[in-house]
Design a protein around this ligand. Structure first.
Ligand code: HEC
Length: 173
């Protein structure tokens, strides 16, 4: 009788152990984020080696479900009425920064200014606290979308004639 009881216990323990190991070996949720190397406050290599398309970048910055950049920035996009002024004007951003400096700002502005309110568009979901449910397990924008926006921003080199916004931040040395 004693033997039988022990063997039942042993059976339960082994079953539990197997299920533990089984769970541990199950692959975790994969997160589609390409690692990037930060050097001199820049990300020199295009994410995933991808090439950006400025036309797509322009559409993404206007799109309220994508960049929604106009809610905080002024951009040379006359079709849209509302241009916010929470962030600096981006009219001449292509003169003030190179692609590598823009890429780090687009990927994760917190790497430049930890207190910024600008969203981290290519920030690892692991490091985001209160993430909206639709972005759980992913970045806000894809690597291709970041490259598209960087290539669009690089074309912005002309001051606005009617710039009512506060002056842009000084570029970093
Ligand atoms: C919620 C507001 C907000 C949104 C949305 C936002 N930004 Fe920003 N952005 C800021 C603020 C504020 C700054 C000023 C820098 C800081 O906070 O450190 C900034 C700075 C920048 C800079 C650096 C400009 C400079 O002169 O230093 C770039 C480039 C930029 N944003 C691009 C974008 C683009 C492109 C988008 C959309 C994909 C975007 N931002 C969306 C708030 C925002």
């Amino acid at each position: 009788m004693l033997f039988k009881k022990n063997s039942i216990h042993l059976f339960i323990i082994i079953t539990l152990l197997i299920s533990c190991f089984h769970n541990a070996s199950a692959s975790p949720e994969t997160i589609d984020i390409i690692d990037y190397v930060i050097e001199n406050k820049s990300i020199i290599a295009p994410l995933g080696g991808l090439t950006g398309a400025p036309g797509s970048g322009r559409a993404l910055v206007r799109n309220q479900n994508k960049g929604n950049c106009l809610s905080c920035h002024q951009l040379p996009i006359p079709e849209d009425d509302f241009h916010g002024n929470i962030g600096p004007s981006l009219y001449t951003v292509g003169l003030r920064f190179n692609a590598a400096q823009l890429r780090i700002r687009m990927a994760d502005m917190k790497l430049i200014n930890p207190l910024t309110i600008m969203p981290g568009y290519y920030r690892s979901p692991d490091s985001i606290n209160r993430i909206a449910p639709q972005y759980e397990g992913s970045t806000i924008l894809s690597a291709q979308e970041i490259e598209d926006i960087v290539s669009y921003l690089m074309t912005l080199k002309k001051e606005s004639s009617t710039n009512s916004q506060r002056p842009p931040a000084k570029p970093e040395a």
